[in-house]
Unconditional design. Structure first.
Length: 124
């Protein structure tokens, strides 16, 4: 009898081990399905991020083009300022070189032309 008891105990232990193994394998399959679902979700997020990156790249390119236009405008304004400054300096230097009688004639002619123009505009 002791041999039968030993065999029965061994069978019970094997059945318990088999049940335990089957239960854990099912749980493992469930985990694999969960991981696959997570991987799919991450893939969708990556696709979404790649789409956003493409949109941002387009926006960056557009802003870069606008910056180039603004830089061109700034260069033109700086050139205009330089030209105006140079012309003003030339005029100032030419006035500095006039004699007293030339200055009097310059201002007399200037104010006479302003008075005549104002008179013709107002009808006097």
């Amino acid at each position: 009898m002791s041999g039968t008891r030993y065999t029965n105990a061994l069978i019970v232990i094997c059945m318990t081990f088999l049940a335990f193994t089957l239960f854990n394998v099912r749980g493992l399959k469930t985990d694999i399905e969960g991981f696959n679902e997570r991987i799919d979700n991450i893939g969708a997020e990556i696709d979404s991020i790649q789409t956003m990156n493409k949109e941002l790249d387009g926006l960056i390119e557009s802003l870069h083009s606008e910056l180039e236009l603004i830089d061109g405008d700034i260069d033109r304004v700086q050139n205009n300022i330089y030209t105006i400054r140079r012309n003003t300096d030339e005029q100032k230097n030419s006035v500095d070189n006039l004699t007293l009688s030339e200055l009097q004639k310059f201002f007399a002619d200037r104010y006479d032309s302003i008075i005549k123009r104002t008179s013709s505009e107002t009808g006097n």
